[in-house]
Design a protein around this ligand. Structure first.
Ligand SMILES: *Cc1c(COP(=O)(O)O)cnc(C)c1O
Length: 319
């Protein structure tokens, strides 16, 4: 266990945050044109847009903050003083849970897969900065250990990726936010991890306007997303998921993802990450090359993940 003793935090007065419901960032996030990147992948210069959820300010930013507004409000409503969640060592969700907990005056326990690395890099460094208690699950199942820790501490358990049918509503709202910005949007491309982000978008935009790109975070991205869409009361009929970008698996960098990172950086000064948004861009590029994009504007949802670039086992050698 990496961690240390600390005193109990004083419970802050959260009433201002709770009504209106917990607000952790300034909306709407911007939608920016990417003309040079568009042309580099064979699209008309005016057709490609980036929805910048990476610019959400809290804790280094990213899509998990939208879901955490709902989840943390739930934790506060039941009077929890600690939240527990789980993920890979470089989990963006774990990092942002720790940041959201700090912002709300709660403690956080992160149960991460495997063994403690020698150096705390990337997301792990930020986890420590946010004063999360980090537990490595070793060869035990991280979700089981998280459930145990939550019971032992009478803490609020946040699911893998922060996703359940309730928190995924945050991305229905984000889909509506995007429709306000680009009413004729044809395709939104999004990386699929725990599935909540894509599921929420589908309930706002329909299956035909969302292209998910699987990252290997869950064994069957299609079944996972379809399950949440159904639980949210919508139909998963026609769900579109590209599962050809996983390569050797979630933690590994693929050559086409590395190319996508370089292309976005060199055409737009836009930084993608090696696990999620780089794969999404590789999927977008493949869809553009095979006319897999519906007519109308194309949006890459930038879901964040920058710290993972600095914590990725293969990335420094891959440039
Ligand atoms: C978690 C994550 C995703 C995927 O979101 P899910 O709702 O878990 O599918 C995409 N991009 C980044 C950077 C993430 O951290």
């Amino acid at each position: 266990m990496v961690g240390h003793q600390r005193g109990r935090r004083r419970r802050p007065d959260l009433r201002g945050l709770m009504s209106p419901p917990l607000s952790l960032f300034t909306r709407p996030t911007p939608v920016e044109p990417a003309p040079r990147l568009a042309e580099a992948i064979g699209l008309d210069a005016g057709r490609l847009w980036i929805k910048r959820d990476d610019l959400i300010g809290l804790g280094g930013g990213g899509n998990k903050v939208r879901k955490l507004e709902i989840t943390m409000a739930g934790a506060i409503a039941v009077g929890a003083d600690t939240v527990v969640t789980t993920g890979a060592p470089q989990s963006n969700h774990a990092r942002l849970t720790a940041a959201a907990a700090a912002r709300c005056g709660l403690r956080s326990v992160l149960v991460l897969e495997g063994e403690a690395p020698d150096r705390l890099e990337g997301n792990l460094l930020l986890d420590r900065l946010f004063d999360a208690e980090i537990v490595f699950s070793g060869d035990r199942d991280a979700a089981d250990v998280a459930a145990q820790e939550a019971r032992a501490r009478d803490a609020y358990l946040i699911p893998f990726g922060g996703t359940d049918a309730r928190s995924a509503v945050a991305y229905r709202d984000a889909g509506l936010e995007l429709l306000g910005q680009l009413p004729d949007v044809g395709t939104v491309v999004v990386a699929v991890g725990s599935g909540g982000t894509m599921a929420g978008l589908v309930t706002a935009l329909g299956t035909h306007r969302v292209l998910g790109v699987a990252t290997g975070a869950v064994p069957d991205a299609h079944a996972t997303v379809a399950g949440f869409v159904t639980d949210m009361g919508s139909s998963p009929e026609g769900l579109r998921i590209d599962d050809a970008r996983i390569g050797d698996g979630y933690r590994h960098l693929t050559p086409e993802t590395r190319d996508a990172l370089e292309l976005a950086a060199r055409t737009e000064g836009l930084v993608l990450d090696p696990t999620y948004t780089g794969r999404a861009m590789a999927g977008l590029r493949a869809a553009a090359a095979t006319s897999g994009l519906a007519p109308g504007p194309v949006v890459l949802l930038h879901t964040g993940g920058l710290p993972g670039l600095f914590g990725h086992a293969e990335f420094p050698d891959g440039v």
